[in-house]
Ligand binder design. Structure first.
Ligand SMILES: Cc1cc2nc3c(=O)[nH]c(=O)nc-3n(C[C@H](O)[C@H](O)[C@H](O)COP(=O)(O)O)c2cc1C
Length: 194
């Protein structure tokens, strides 16, 4: 299963609309996916529990999905020149290496003039440091408040880029899986003791 991460908990987030649109493109390509909406996770307790064994159940259930995902698609808005703090906080609950290492990842940014270029590059720094496999075709949705209308993208070029990104990300995952180089194969081989 591919997990699409809507990377903010802002009520009424456009990121969630974009995540839904991208899920439609994956469906068109015959690929199953789920959306992880950060708004649905209970982050109310900022008590440091992310660093311990006692993470809240709302997180551990999602981590099980992340740790067996065929890949992640991050839909990330620009907040003050970077990714939303809640996304980094969410990531700080993950397990290294299992959640990150060799995990195929794909990126869609949204924002003003630069279409979320900065948050995506910051996030790629994090995921690159943690040895994820990063699919190089990124999509940036500029001036998202005019490009996105009633849950659809009013720009044919962006729609075509997202469809091609969905098709090629699936091929990227298949290529890694065929060589046993994806995160799930790596975890399986560790369990077998290879
Ligand atoms: C807290 C906050 C900070 C923002 N900072 C920026 C920014 O630095 N650059 C930019 O282009 N847009 C910025 N925006 C605009 C958002 O990228 C835009 O509203 C986008 O729709 C937000 O994604 P969301 O709807 O999923 O929350 C900011 C929005 C918010 C809420």
């Amino acid at each position: 299963m591919i997990q699409i991460i809507s990377s903010t908990n802002r009520p009424g987030a456009r990121s969630l609309e974009v995540a839904n649109i991208f899920q439609g493109y994956l469906n068109k390509c015959g690929e199953n996916s789920e959306i992880i909406d950060l708004q649905k996770i209970n982050f109310s307790i900022l008590d440091g529990s992310q660093y311990s064994e006692n993470q809240p159940e709302s997180i551990t259930n999602i981590k099980a999905k992340l740790n067996s995902a065929r890949g992640f698609v991050f839909v990330v808005p620009e907040y003050n020149g970077s990714m939303p703090g809640i996304l980094k906080y969410f990531i700080d609950h993950w397990s290294y290496p299992d959640t990150f290492e060799y995990r195929p990842t794909c990126y869609i940014g949204l924002g003003g003039r630069f279409g979320g270029l900065r948050p995506i590059e910051h996030l790629q720094g994090v995921m690159g440091y943690r040895n994820a496999f990063q699919f190089p075709e990124r999509v940036f949705i500029s001036n998202v408040w005019t490009t996105l209308k009633n849950g659809t993208i009013d720009d044919e070029n962006v729609c075509n880029l997202m469809l091609r990104q969905a098709e090629n990300f699936i091929r990227f995952i298949h290529a890694l899986e065929s060589q046993g180089l994806d995160a799930n194969s790596f975890i399986k081989s560790k369990i077998k003791g290879h």
